[in-house]
Write a protein that binds this ligand. Structure first.
Ligand code: JFZ
Length: 395
């Protein structure tokens, strides 16, 4: 049994890596630059913030897009201040920001020219949120990246899959048309705001893993989309929970330490020939703003997460969901500020290091190791994150 499993894993790996594709020099450099950043802030924001029930609200209550979308006419986040957000992120020690340019509800946070008006320009707010954020990030020296949902709960040309069927019914769609639309939007995003990566999510609407075998009911023709993005010197990542493909530049793990396979990543072998990023939530159970979600992680916990990721040779992308007025939840801001203090003291053990492993000790504490040149950093995370991680240096 063991031999068979190992054998099929080797076959699968050979299949995934066989493609006659070799990343170009700019690409390898961009991957290195990304990996060195180690800590980023994820932002889930859209008109769903006004419902204040998380980003899956439309789906949860099975609302049709026409009804759901009416809330766009009241989207006026008067407190949105890109400079202030970026100041808070930078002060926390983050080196990049990844924001939902368009989530599953299909609403675009920039004045896209290629949709039917379901975007920020068609709200009373009108301002180009991604444009303002991109400018603020540039000024502060942070890299901006874009989450982009492949699944869509609104468009008529999107072919309904296992998750979207609840709102779309058995809509057949027209994938050729939908693909053209995605490529046009991604072209706009890259040309207008030069993101470091496009962070896909939603491919899993058309894939599932049964006893180790992947079943897919739509050919997304990802090679075409990935080649297009690469032609514009931008990296590709996908939160598809699947084994990584040759043309994906960053391996993503959702709410799971890379390689542990404890929950979402159970069917995702860690490859580690490319940068790795774990995304997770600061408000423990939701990505978009939810008014009654108060279970915030403590600063000690967030620092421990950064350390665990670094020891596992991975970035951490920590999510925050701003509210409908454009404010970051107050508790999240407090937590980030404390994380920033720790990062200013200890960032040397995190940024631009390589991870050398993480172990759990008998007393419940954890020890992680990172390395930069000849210097080894030994990081101790107290049991239950009761205090901040401590760092010892040796060479
Ligand atoms: C996805 C989104 O649905 C969620 O809203 C958030 O944006 C998160 C970062 O990504 O979550 C997933 C991703 C993959 C699966 C389910 C939810 N999956 O493979 O079943």
């Amino acid at each position: 049994m063991k031999t068979t499993l190992a054998f099929s894993a080797a076959l699968a790996a050979a299949f995934l890596l066989r493609a006659d594709y070799a990343p170009e020099k700019w690409n390898l450099e961009a991957r290195d630059k990304f990996a060195a950043q180690r800590f980023g802030i994820f932002i889930h924001w859209g008109i769903y913030a006004n419902y204040a029930q998380g980003e899956w609200y439309q789906h949860q209550i099975g609302m049709d897009s026409e009804t759901y979308g009416r809330i766009k006419d009241g989207f006026f986040p008067s407190k949105f201040d890109a400079k202030e957000w970026v100041r808070i992120f930078k002060d926390a020690g983050a080196k990049y920001v990844t924001i939902t340019s368009r989530h599953h509800d299909g609403f675009s946070l920039w004045p896209t020219k290629v949709d039917d008006g379901f975007n920020i320009a068609e709200t009373p707010f009108k301002r180009d949120i991604l444009g303002e954020l991109s400018k603020a990030c540039d000024e502060a020296g942070l890299q901006l990246n874009f989450y982009y949902s492949q699944m869509d709960w609104r468009r008529k040309d999107y072919p309904a899959g296992s998750a979207s069927r609840k709102v779309l019914g058995n809509q057949k769609g027209d994938y050729a048309s939908y693909k053209k639309f995605m490529i046009s939007q991604i072209g706009e995003l890259i040309d207008n705001y030069h993101p470091g990566n496009i962070w896909f999510d939603g491919e899993w609407d058309h894939a599932r893993c049964e006893k180790g075998v992947w079943k897919r009911d739509l050919d997304w023709e990802l090679d075409d989309i990935y080649d297009f993005i690469h032609s514009k010197k931008t990296l590709v990542a996908s939160n598809n929970h699947q084994p990584i493909r040759a043309k994906e530049d960053i391996q993503l793990f959702e709410r799971d330490l890379p390689g542990e396979g404890t929950s979402f990543s159970k069917d995702q072998p860690l490859v580690h020939d490319r940068p790795v990023e774990q995304c997770d939530v600061i408000q423990k159970n939701v990505w978009g703003y939810r008014i009654n979600e108060r279970s915030f992680r403590t600063p000690e916990e967030v620092c421990a997460m950064i350390c665990r990721c670094a020891a596992k040779d991975s970035n951490l992308l920590m999510n925050i969901g701003p509210d409908g007025s454009g404010r970051l939840p107050a508790r999240a801001v407090e937590v980030l500020s404390e994380v920033g203090k720790w990062m200013r003291e200890n960032g040397e053990a995190i940024y631009a290091t390589r991870g050398c492993g993480l172990v759990k000790n008998a007393d419940g504490s954890e020890t992680g190791k990172t390395k930069k040149g000849d210097v080894v950093y030994e990081i101790t995370i107290p049991k239950g994150c009761k205090g901040y991680p401590t760092v010892k240096t040796s060479s």
